[in-house]
Design a protein around this ligand. Sequence first.
Ligand SMILES: Cc1cc2nc3c(=O)[nH]c(=O)nc-3n(C[C@H](O)[C@H](O)[C@H](O)COP(=O)(O)OP(=O)(O)OC[C@H]3O[C@@H](n4cnc5c(N)ncnc54)[C@H](O)[C@@H]3O)c2cc1C
Length: 489
Amino acid sequence: MGVRTGAQYLRDLNQSPRELWIDGRRITGAVADDPAFRRIAASIAGLYDLQHQPDLHEEMTYPSPSTGDRVGLSFLTPRTKEDLARRRRMMQHWANFSGGIMGRTPDYLNSDLMALASASSFFNQNDPRFGDNVRRYYEYVRENDLCLTHTLINPQSNRAVGPSQQSDPYIAARVVEKTSAGVVIRGARMLATLPLADEILVFPSTVIRATEDDKPYAYAFSLPCSTAGLRFICRESFDYGRPEFDHPLASRFEEMDAMVVFDDVLVPWDRVFLLENGELCNRLYPDTDATVHMTHQVVVKNIAKAEFILGVASSIVDMIGIEQFQHVQEKIAEMIIAVETQKAFILASEANAHENQYGVMTPDWTPLNIARNTFPKVYPRLVEIVQQLGASGLMAIPTARDLSEPTLRRDIDRFYQARNTDAATRIRLFRLAWDLALSSFAGRQVLYERFFFGDPVRMAGALYFSYDKQPMKDRVAAFLERTPIPSPE
Ligand SMILES: Cc1cc2nc3c(=O)[nH]c(=O)nc-3n(C[C@H](O)[C@H](O)[C@H](O)COP(=O)(O)OP(=O)(O)OC[C@H]3O[C@@H](n4cnc5c(N)ncnc54)[C@H](O)[C@@H]3O)c2cc1C
């Protein structure tokens, strides 16, 4: 079929009704037309349309190896460093569409799936059928240009013990039984961003103990989001239905997060990739290099996001005339450093890429690992700088309705103007800054960057243990050797 258009995505969404709950209400009609989801659905459709834009079509697609139809370039299995650069350039178009605000452009999980499919022999260690399942699934998603979400984490109930030791062994989703048709799953997973995806990957993440008790929690599979028994319980929406002028980001990019409940859901055998093997589940990401390719995409998003915030902050500086203050220059410099270090990380990862055991050109992990450890701390700081520079101006932001009121408008035009611009233009920028730095949408973005790619504390621990510190320790030891230790007198 090749790349979808936005209209095709919206049609498919409406034709695959899922059990989606929000604010006590089950969505029964067309999801793409529901007030809670209409505008994010339109934004996702906008991403799909970009692939058809004449000036971008070539750069965002490539001929399918199986049909020759043009498919999305984030499915391309990179064989050369130039392929990695092509993937990056394609991903930049999707990232810049929302200023990096959308975390779940489809390339995020397309990259995951591409890496998993190329490592299909890994899954055969569990069952000879599973490798084929992964490869066929990748082709199915690629050829139909589907959008995926994923859920990796067990509900938070009690982190002191594992899933089998909770007060109820069916809090965390687990295998109930295996039948000739497939595997039945009961329980829940915590958080899937973008429940408007076509399909969901239900994969391992936290370490699974290789015990009999934890075996039912060890699996990887995929399902259409419209599967019977699959229920998405959404958090409240931060798209309050306000005009784009008022909530420029929340009105467009509210991706939504949902708890996922499995009410005895049947997973057909051809959708099972790993089963009841904790050891393979724990090795899934490192052994397939999926994390590396996902991080390559994440850093592209980080660059777009940091550049967007730098643009907003610099515009505020110009507009209200604060560029002469040294601390302002220092803060903007801090933002520039954030942008340029993320760029350096991605280019270093491509320059030092290597072919992995599956013949895939794989970016160097160290710079990407540093990037993913850095950004959860950098992003809240970028938001803080917007607050520090915007100051009370971030509270002087009349709404579209205020601007439409003639009596108020006279005051607004006079008192809200900026050094080099009229009041309405100033307010439009400051409302964007507010939606980046202060609104409920902005708060969720900060939480997202802190956690979506894993617990930063445990990511730092993984870096500590995986980084080879020995050469540095040897150099210090050699240096110290040149300094005699005094003997007792
Ligand atoms: C906005 C948002 C969107 C998300 N979207 C998705 C998604 O689409 N799909 C998905 O699968 N996940 C998603 N996540 C979940 C994300 O993967 C987790 O937030 C992350 O892995 C951390 O897990 P947790 O939230 O369960 O925190 P917890 O594990 O409950 O941790 C809570 C606190 O306890 C500490 N802690 C807990 N256990 C340990 C430990 N063993 N060692 C040290 N410290 C510990 C943590 O450091 C943290 O401070 C999303 C999260 C957010 C916030």
